[in-house]
Design a protein around this ligand. Sequence first.
Ligand SMILES: [Mg+2]
Length: 223
Amino acid sequence: MATKGLALRAIVFDFDGTLATLNIDFSRMRKEVMDLIAAYRIPLPPCGFRDLLVLELIAAGAVLVTQHTPGREAGFIAQAHTRITGIEIEAARKGALLHGTRDMLTALQREGVKTGVITRNCLAAVQTLFPDIDQYAQAVITREQAPQVKPHPGHLKTALDRLDAAAGQAAMVGDHPMDIKTGKDAGVFTIGVLTGYSRRETLEQAGADLILDAATDIPAILT
Ligand SMILES: [Mg+2]
């Protein structure tokens, strides 16, 4: 297998769909932001707007608010984040860590592999699902702590810096093509998992170096 002899010193995980059940209603989050944009009496946004990921939709919405009602963009951004954070925390309360997540992270740490988590989710939602996460991961970088979020490789590099790990000795694990792109752009080994958003073919097309059924399979491939 491609991982034999792979000297991984650090592994950084996505959160939702990788360590926890994926139950966030992304389309509801986008609709909430679209409704908020409409409440600012902004004319119909450009074609393709609805297809943006929610954080990018908020950023694009803020640009429109600035153009149409200068000075109100900070309020718009705050209101938008309140709306999406509410949905994320509600989802976290109904969600759960995937079976075996804590044991897997413990096994990696026992092998001397540092572990981190990067997520576009908010800290409150992550802590709702995984209150003791700091005992299992040495770097947890939610969107609040990331200067730029995934798919920007800076999100992953922030985690690697915190772990004091070089890209050549690290891996990124995630359920979404975005996680694979982030890892590739940061120069790390990429592992796709099938516990969340994507089918195997999608992760293959994204260029994942390895695809596993679940993140909990990782300790077994390192030995
Ligand atoms: Mg995910």
